[in-house]
Ligand binder design. Sequence first.
Ligand SMILES: Nc1nc(=O)c2c([nH]1)NC[C@@H]1CN(c3ccc(C(=O)N[C@@H](CCC(=O)O)C(=O)O)cc3)C=[N+]21
Length: 302
Amino acid sequence: MPAQLIDGVRLSQQLRAEIGTRAATLAAAGQQPGLAVILVGEDPASQVYVRNKVKACGDVGFHSVLEKYESDLSEAALLARIAALNEDPAIHGILVQMPLPRHISPSKVIEAIATAKDVDGYSVLSAGELVANLPGFRPCTPYGCMKLIESTGTDLRGKHAVVIGRSNTVGKPMALLLLQANATVTICHSATPDLGVHTRQADVVVAAVGRRNTLTADMVKPGAIVIDVGMNRDDAGKLCGDVDFAGVREVASHITPVPGGVGPMTITMLLMNTVESAERALGKHQERLAPPAGMVPAGGIA
Ligand SMILES: Nc1nc(=O)c2c([nH]1)NC[C@@H]1CN(c3ccc(C(=O)N[C@@H](CCC(=O)O)C(=O)O)cc3)C=[N+]21
């Protein structure tokens, strides 16, 4: 029997409905969630992604601003914009679309974003919160992958999960989230001599390499869950993942398609982090108005 598809579009619709309800509650309390998306340069793929993100904001009732700049924008000017958005009470999330032009340091830009608004979860502090199991914003793509795995009804405790890829944005945080869910986790990468040795042991495989046909049917244990983070083009120019979908779906129990799997969930988790950020901001605001009983007001007791 071929694998069941894990439908990222349908799961996104369900989660976005919940996010929309939370956004409406916040808006009624005077705290409509707001996301700022910054794009520098004319990369065509980036243009599509940021447009999709802004559209998704509108669909769930968020306020959003899209700021587009020429590719010759100076790093200082970008940092100044971020500083202003950090102070803007209508903005709860700031996303600077990657990649940036070469003259701008991505880490300087990411670290300039207030941690409370780092809805991408890319900053060193957000990464540390994930490592330390502290509350904070989780990177959207691996966070979405966890929701996709959860949607199969599988309990990860004691399961063997293999992550292929060790990027800071996907592979590494993915492994940590799986670990937090009590899986036994293996991380494979370009220096792993024989991928199949590891993936054949796996109850869950997450492929996040950026090279098509990285995972083929002979590398998958029958009944495994396969999550495909890849976004590549085949010879015909069609979008495809890292997994040989036609082959692997005959072996796996569940598999995500590309497109329609991880991609839509990445945007959904961005919305989730942003609504969460707005809820925290409202909570802080209400605390200032009426501190919980027993709490010492800022400045201490006179
Ligand atoms: N600061 C930052 N944060 C990001 O989250 C970020 C980024 N920079 N730079 C680029 C990557 C890429 N990314 C995608 C999100 C959704 C789809 C998506 O929805 N894909 C659709 C298909 C879209 C199509 O047809 O091209 C799908 O898989 O079904 C794809 C890619 C977010 N990124």
